[in-house]
Design a protein around this ligand. Structure first.
Ligand code: DGP
Length: 122
């Protein structure tokens, strides 16, 4: 089951150019830009330009060209931001349990400092 895509979400507006962004890399299928509320020295969001709600939707329904482009842009962002050698975290929140704020698939790339454990122990 795929959640319904809402084309009024903030990232859809960024893709349409209705809201400005700080672009890191842009290709035909993918946009990488800086998070407006960075949680680490490097905090870049990578989004497909197509209307996908979350990672599962993108993985199930995107074309091969979109999937490959997204993966390659992810590598290029990590290289350009200088986080390969010391490491980074790639996170994608989905739905209510994942505490996803913006319902357009996005991958957070975080780095530039030691990030601690991925989840607080319950
Ligand atoms: P998530 O919880 O995974 O859906 O995180 C959404 C992220 O999007 C959050 O870190 C803040 C960021 N964000 C929200 N609105 C904007 C915006 O208008 N511009 C940018 N660059 N980032 C935004």
């Amino acid at each position: 089951m795929t959640r319904r895509y809402d084309d009024q979400n903030i990232f859809a507006k960024i893709i349409r150019g209705e809201i400005p962004n700080s672009t890191v890399i842009e290709t035909e299928h993918t946009l990488a830009f800086r998070d407006i509320q960075p949680q680490a020295p490097v905090h870049v969001l990578i989004i497909p330009k197509g209307p996908y709600v979350d990672h599962a939707d993108f993985a199930a329904n995107a074309s091969e060209a979109e999937l490959v482009d997204f993966a390659r842009v992810t590598a290029q962002v990590c290289e350009a931001e200088g986080v390969i050698s010391d490491g980074f975290r790639a996170i994608s929140n989905a739905g209510v349990h994942g505490v996803q704020e913006v319902p357009h698939y996005h991958l957070h790339i975080l780095g530039g400092r030691a990030l601690g454990r991925m989840l607080a122990r319950a």
